[in-house]
Design a protein around this ligand. Sequence first.
Ligand code: 97T
Length: 246
Amino acid sequence: MRIDVVTIFPEFFDVLDISLLGKARQSGLLDVSAHNLREYTHDRHRTVDDTPYGGGAGMVMKPEPWGEAIDELLGDATPERADASAPLVIFPSPAGEVFTQKMARELAHREHLIFGCGRYEGIDQRVFDHVATRAEVRLVSIGDYVLNGGEVAVMAMIEAIGRLIPGVVGNPESLVEESHEDGLLEYPSYTKPAEWRGLEVPPILLSGNHKAIDAWRREQQLERTRRVRPDLLRAETPEKAETAEA
Ligand SMILES: Oc1ccccc1-c1ccno1
């Protein structure tokens, strides 16, 4: 998978050379490149923002640099070539659809993602409108709170997507039993020692009875999800909600 990120802080993404995603980049499974939006300006001050039409506080990111940056990254992509190789352009935004594990799984199958990190009061709307004439565009939020810019959101999405690419995580089994993989929160985990500061590991986990352990873990998932994220039980599949009510 090729990932391009347009940002005024390209050095922010240097951290991706560390850990799992660093190995994925070295092995060629993941190719991440950060591009400085200011390289696409032509004035002495490398200006990327200006005052908003209609007034209001703050500054809005100018369309011209964005247009040139994304033109370069899209190459000769056209809507007519809308196949798996077609680039998907994602702008993190508090006004976007919420990023979920389901979306991460979907995006892990794409060949080329382009992320555009907005700052200030956002990016001129015409950038989204124009790019949408050439490629699929999505505005995506990582949660109901406000950040200073899209870089943190893009980092989170790259990690969530990148770790699902086959070969990136050593043991694919470890991807299955995680929060949100089956729509529920994960069960509590324990390791040695069996007793720590007076706290013992649940005896069922020491029993060796794997059928009983699986049942206990499933019940722990349901109890934790009912308590912490009841909204997940109301989502999508009625069976899930039915199980939860049992
Ligand atoms: O708050 C933001 C500012 C800029 C770009 C993205 C965000 C955001 C907030 C939540 N998800 O994305």
